[in-house]
Design a protein around this ligand. Structure first.
Ligand SMILES: [Zn+2]
Length: 332
């Protein structure tokens, strides 16, 4: 564990100049966006870095996974302890992944208090509090651990930006407190009806069997809660350091969306050949159906919800999250 007194960046010869963090609700296309961003010759994808320790320990409890069949391998299909890329990253990182915390273990109520403090005082205020209050210091150290991991990834891959699709906006906050100047925030949104429909489909349906409302409406509530907290916490990031991307636009006009971002943050322009070529990838976490894709030659949005939701469910969604969905630009 690194001490908080150690400032970021460290003295290692790294080219790392940006960390692109994707904050989103689950089932919003974060893995697809991670792959598109990481296809850039200056960049590298890592997936959900906050899950790294759980992947190394093969610990589904630590990962809080509902899916018993979720694969705990790198996207190269090897377990992390046999993947040459992650073995080299661990060496450069300089500490065992097994013994290093990359995600919070604090309870939701405690996290809510820290988020309220961050909203009130910003990253500098949290850093001041961390000096006096050890539970907060431990949280900021998690952010520092992740940033040093990004640095090691950059050293091994030669990339100058690293993509972290950990999704959790609380986790983003920890990184932002650790190194505000390095972080770029990508708020990824998708039509809430599509998200909630995807959250209750297939094997994921089991999670929603209990409860007073139909599964789709329970999922709609969760989507609204997560999305509101992402929008709220993103207020503490300067407009020049954040973008809002829509999943549907990423699929329909990827170059326009990605190059708007490239221009904003001084990256070389994207070309669609970037993601149509085979590139070595070592991604953890995220959607298995996308993570193990070798080529992204078709970017078709998943619009199954448009033909699957009856009038009653759509009316229920409208009551729960209609206003929020419209605020994000989903009008009909
Ligand atoms: Zn690998």
């Amino acid at each position: 564990m690194y001490a908080l007194s150690m400032e970021y960046p460290s003295k290692k010869q790294t080219k790392l100049s940006l960390v692109l963090f994707i904050a989103s609700a689950s089932r919003s296309g974060s893995t697809l966006l991670d792959l598109l961003l990481g296809s850039h010759p200056q960049g590298v994808s890592t997936g959900e870095i906050r899950r790294l320790q759980g992947f190394v320990l093969q610990d589904k409890g630590l990962l809080a996974l509902d899916d018993e069949n979720y694969p705990l391998t790198c996207s190269c299909a090897k377990p992390l302890k046999e993947c040459a890329f992650w073995m080299e990253v661990e060496k450069r990182f300089g500490a065992s992944f097994k013994d290093t915390g990359f995600k919070t273990s604090q309870k939701r109520s405690w996290r809510s208090l820290l988020m309220a403090f961050y909203l009130a005082t910003g990253p500098q205020g949290v850093r001041v509090l961390a000096r006096a209050f050890s539970p907060v210091r431990k949280e900021v150290e998690i952010g520092l651990n992740c940033l040093r991991l990004h640095e090691a990834v950059s050293l091994v891959s030669g990339a100058c930006f690293v993509v972290d699709s950990s999704k959790s906006v609380y986790h983003y906050m920890l990184l932002h407190c650790a190194a505000p100047k390095l972080m770029k925030l990508i708020v990824l949104v998708r039509d809430g009806r599509g998200v909630a429909h995807s959250m209750v489909r297939g094997t994921r349906a089991k999670k929603w069997q209990e409860g007073p409302l139909p599964p789709f409406l329970q999922a709609s509530r969760q989507w609204a809660r997560t999305t509101k907290s992402i929008l709220m916490l993103s207020r503490r990031t300067k407009p020049s350091d954040k973008v809002l991307l829509r999943y549907e636009e990423i699929c329909s006009k990827p170059l326009e969306v990605l190059n708007h971002m490239a221009q904003k943050w001084g990256l070389l322009p994207w070309e669609d050949s970037f993601w149509k070529e085979l590139k070595e990838r070592h991604i953890i976490g995220g959607s298995p159906s996308v993570r193990f894709e070798k080529l992204l030659d078709r970017l078709e949005p998943d619009n199954r919800w448009k033909h699957s939701l009856d009038k009653e469910l759509l009316e229920g969604f409208e009551k729960i999250a209609g206003k929020l969905n419209r605020k994000l630009g989903y009008l009909s």
